[in-house]
Write a protein that binds this ligand. Structure first.
Ligand code: PXG
Length: 304
């Protein structure tokens, strides 16, 4: 495995950061989780845009341009023998001293790791997940904005611990007003009478790249999709519910807080979205070993 670290490609044993890096000392930094399928990176520009937005929000200067970052990422993939997998792109505030002032950090550090991905077992996609609502609320927008994909995930980790303690796969996090925000690493959607609903980003969710893909796919399939404030009640009485994330992709939810969703099986809209998602990600994206950039699937030939 070759890891990109500040301009160098290093083995796992050599890819090390300082104990004075503020990413470690304070969680001061940002990241992206990116998927590649079939030799193509999924929604690379969207990930770059979100990374740069996160950086701007926390006043972090990324020490390279978007074009340079994309090239570093594609080169990391070329240095590793993988066609499908997961990329972790991290930008830390860099090396400072033991005070939290970021002015002491001269230069941000950039880390790019490409790896195989361990997904939920296939069974979860067929039967759906059990989730619970947790007591830990999603970060307030008045603190670190939840739209920033920061290295500070302790709040979400506390929520995940609650899920683990309940034997649930995921924890549904509410915002301070009690409306749905998202799960610990996934956005949430419900389907009611043929319409898909998801909380707006302003409710405290991350603007998920997979979430964005679901909007594209729903439009293509002509399934109505809307952003709306949602409560736990909306989940309990939904016909269908599913989660989306880079790691999880599109995964059905079977049960929330002991209420069985719909008839307890992945619903028709969920299955259509899941199928279209799997087709789309294999056929689109930025190739890293040559080939044309494809951002929309080729239209199917009539009669083909
Ligand atoms: N909400 C939160 C809080 C997230 O961290 C998502 C939603 C889904 O966004 P994307 O862009 O992935 O569709 C995330 C994504 C991990 C891991 O290691 C976490 C994420 C992505 C990949 C891996 O648990 N977070």
């Amino acid at each position: 495995m070759k890891i990109y670290l500040d301009g160098q490609f290093l083995s796992q044993a050599d890819a090390k950061v300082s104990v004075f890096d503020h990413g470690l000392l304070y969680g001061d930094g940002i990241f992206e989780g990116i998927r590649f399928y079939n030799g193509r990176v999924r929604k690379l520009d969207d990930h770059m845009d979100r990374l740069w937005d996160s950086a701007k929000a926390i006043c972090l200067t990324i020490p390279m341009s978007k074009a340079e970052m994309k090239e570093a990422l594609l080169e990391t993939l070329r240095q590793n023998d993988l066609e499908d997998g997961y990329i972790r792109l991290v930008v830390t505030r860099g090396v400072g001293n033991l005070g939290l002032d970021p002015n002491r950090c001269e230069r941000a550090s950039v880390i790019i790791i490409a790896a195989k991905i361990s997904l939920y077992p296939e069974e979860h996609y067929q039967t759906g997940l059990k989730i619970i609502t947790c007591a830990t609320r999603r970060n307030s927008s008045a603190a670190v904005p939840p739209a920033v994909k920061s290295l500070n995930y302790l709040n979400n980790i506390m929520a995940k611990i609650e899920a683990n303690q309940c034997g649930a796969a995921e924890a549904l996090m509410l915002n301070e007003q009690g409306y749905l925000a998202e799960c610990t690493a996934d956005n949430i959607f419900v389907v009611k009478r043929g319409v898909i609903f998801t909380p707006p980003v302003s409710a405290g969710s991350l603007p998920g790249i997979t979430r964005g893909l679901v909007f594209e796919i729903a439009d293509e399939l002509e399934i109505p999709i809307r952003e709306r404030e949602l409560t736990r009640y909306d989940v309990f009485v939904a016909d269908e519910c599913f989660l989306t994330g880079t790691a999880a992709e599109v995964v059905p939810v079977r049960e929330c807080d002991t209420r069985i969703i719909g008839d307890g099986r992945p619903g028709a809209a969920t299955l259509r979205i899941m199928r279209a998602f799997r087709e789309k990600v294999r056929a689109t994206g930025t190739p890293f070993r040559g080939g044309a950039e494809v951002e929309a699937a080729e239209p199917a030939l009539a009669g083909a």
